[in-house]
Design a protein around this ligand. Structure first.
Ligand code: NAD
Length: 421
């Protein structure tokens, strides 16, 4: 039985690995980086086992033993409760801070635990302020006729907006005080039985988020960045988000940027080589644009709540949650994490789709760590598995006559495709 670190003092990084470093705003990754993994609850252990196996195979194939990931298990959720007596041990947060690299499975938040959400607690504690959700089609059955044209990345701000958790129930002392204050100070009359929520959106947090999105576009060769907001109505939160995001684009990335006006006045509607079109769309329009004209969008930068809505809609276009990857990004630190939850009714049955967890790992390893050869190897293996109808139940049920395979069989098929690539 392995022993797990619960407190900071018990932390002992694996001796065969080295730590990634953050030097002058750049991540420096050794050939044997230590990556923290958290299995998570429910289906977590199954999808994490699959993700590690596929990532290890892809790294081995790409670098022939010159590079390898040294995995370091840390606990959160039910396993942490059993081993450490708490849901989120300090050792876990400390280990991710130390290594800068993490991959996690989904976590349940037991009702009444004192945590609003464990996932949110981890993001907040590590200041993982941008949530990245790529949406892409790999040949899976999809409800949308333009699914093959969908290839965008939702950049969702992670730490503020109505998600910051500043709210009080109807009749609470706090709600009453605020209603009273608004009446007295500003002459605003709210119904006395109102629940109150506060929506903060700050310049600093918007700007750092937009910076990451612009850097992502430049680094990964995207030529469109769209700011999604509801600034026509919420002028000083969502409208300010729009303004601050444009300021970052125009003041800090001017050499790369073409605005929508410039596109038509100077470039006849064609984005010039090496430039990025930065534009904005009002949220409700954006939600329909990704259905009617998905090819016009690549990176969508948005505050928290809009980001929640659009990433689920976008994933539905290409066929569902089992394929939906994500990563939380801060300053020189990242934690990959699928969009879906713990799917408790499928736990331990060896049936669920591990692709979302695998692709979350690809975001970390290929896109954040910069081991970019890993991405095409894994993506091609996923495409081949789907082409050959080697799919788990969630995809098989939309493919007439196709029998689903087990999670482990699908994983082995991906590993074989990678080895033989
Ligand atoms: P869920 O995503 O766990 O499951 C909803 C349904 O989606 C499942 O019943 C299943 O049909 C399908 N599904 C999800 N993942 C799948 C996969 N990999 N392969 C195939 N099908 C899959 O959402 P839920 O049931 O609302 O939440 C369950 C628990 O997960 C809750 O405790 C919730 O708080 C937690 N949760 C955690 C995270 C996270 O850790 N980031 C995210 C969402 C929900």
């Amino acid at each position: 039985m392995p022993t797990y670190a619960c407190t900071k003092d018990e932390l002992k990084p694996p001796s065969e690995g080295s730590l990634a470093k953050w030097e002058n705003g750049k991540l420096v990754v050794p050939d044997n980086p230590i990556v923290v993994f958290i299995e998570g609850d429910g289906i977590g252990p199954e999808i994490m086992a699959s993700a590690r196996k596929v990532l290890d195979a892809a790294v081995e194939k790409a670098y022939g033993g010159k590079r390898r990931i040294v995995w370091w298990e840390m606990l959160a959720g039910e396993k942490a409760q059993q081993e450490c007596g708490v849901l989120l041990p300090e050792a876990t947060l400390e280990a991710i801070k130390m290594t800068r690299l993490g991959l996690k499975g989904p976590l349940t938040t037991p009702v009444g635990s004192g945590f609003r959400s464990l996932n949110v607690a981890i993001r907040m504690a590590l200041d993982l302020y941008s949530n990245i959700r790529p949406v892409k089609w790999y040949g899976q059955p999809a409800p949308h006729k333009y699914a093959d044209k969908v290839n965008f990345v939702v950049f969702r701000e992670n730490t503020e907006d109505v998600y910051a958790g500043i709210e009080w129930p109807k009749d609470s002392e706090e709600a009453k005080k605020i209603i009273e204050f608004l009446k007295k100070e500003f002459g605003i009359n709210l119904p006395l039985d109102s629940g109150i929520g506060i929506k903060p959106i700050s310049e600093f947090k918007t700007k750092r988020h937009m910076r990451r999105a612009m850097e992502w576009a430049i680094r990964h060769g995207y030529n469109r960045v769209t700011i999604m907001h509801k600034g026509n109505i919420m002028k000083y939160t969502e409208g300010a988000f729009r303004q601050w995001a444009y300021e970052v684009a125009l003041q800090e990335f001017r050499d790369y940027v073409v605005t929508e006006d410039e596109l038509w006045s100077q470039y006849n509607g064609q984005i010039p080589e090496g430039k990025i079109l930065v534009n904005d769309r009002i949220a409700d329009n954006m939600l329909q644009q990704i259905i009617t004209r998905p090819w016009d969008y690549q990176i969508i930068v948005t505050p928290n709540l809009n980001g929640d809505y659009i990433s689920d809609e976008a994933n539905a276009l290409v066929g569902g949650i089992g394929m939906a990857a994500g990563m939380n990004l801060g300053d020189g630190i990242a934690v990959g994490e699928p969009v879906h939850g713990t799917a408790p009714k499928y736990a331990g049955k060896n049936v669920i789709n591990p692709t979302a967890e695998i692709l979350s790992g690809v975001l970390l390893v290929a896109d954040f760590m910069g081991w970019s050869e890993v991405r095409p190897l894994v993506e091609n293996a996923i495409r081949k598995a789907i082409e050959n109808k080697i799919v788990t139940y969630d995809l098989a049920r939309h493919m007439p006559g196709v029998e689903p395979v087990k999670t482990t069989e699908y994983t082995d098929a991906l590993v074989d495709f990678i080895k033989n690539a």
